[in-house]
Design a protein around this ligand. Sequence first.
Ligand code: AKG
Length: 269
Amino acid sequence: MLTQEQVQFFHENGFVKGPKVYTDEQAQALRKRLDDVMEGRSAAQPEAKRNLLGDGSELVVIQIVNIWEADDLFREHIYHPEICRMVSQLMGTEVVRVWHDQVQYKPPFVGGPTSWHQDHPYWPIIQPADLISAWLAIEDATIENGCMWMVPRSHKWGPHKGGTIGTNPDDFSTLHDPSLIPPGEVVERVPCEVKAGEVMFHHCLTWHGSPPNRSERGRPAIAVHYMPGYTRYEPSAGHLVEHRVTVKPGEVLQGEYFPTVWDNGPVPH
Ligand SMILES: O=C(O)CCC(=O)C(=O)O
């Protein structure tokens, strides 16, 4: 459970650091499974595995979508009872489902940046914009190896031009449109260092990004994008996992590939 202070911090700022939910040994086991999936040793395949920055780019951010379909430890992870309880607490809903998961791995020295963005504009087939992501550091995420950075309160500023806010390559600062910032507000950038096995939560409209990894340590992490039980399939453009949708436009998004992970308590699976 999160404390009342943590819940309030989340609602005010659009993100909050949670507790350590895995021991170091458990985090290492996830790391090993991640290597297996990245190197093609898993029995099944994830939905996608690619360099987010494009094939042939010198900088690399390996993105894996729906690793839960490829590996049973990651499948167990999406149902993690403590994480799901905290998500339901932050959402204020009894039912929580998985929209999809997403690993971002920044390798040592050549790990690239993840530009400042909001999540929901990248998800043009689901409404409303009430999703919350649980971001787990599989190894320590620090400023040096490219931890996440957040802009406090930005989840209250509305969608920003399709989601991408833009990154100044010199200093990883936000290149935003000032006309979208409410009067009296300031754009602050806060680094969020997270230890291996700890979880952090962010709202799907919070501006966030992560700088390059120039260190000698990799930066493996997984975000599970959780949706409140009332989230609907409302297509206005395409999405990578849309071929998994079996409901009609306007209906609640659910089904085998969008598992219910919390229903007033842990869901048997
Ligand atoms: O892992 C990262 O650095 C970025 C992840 C992200 O953008 C997200 O979880 O929404």
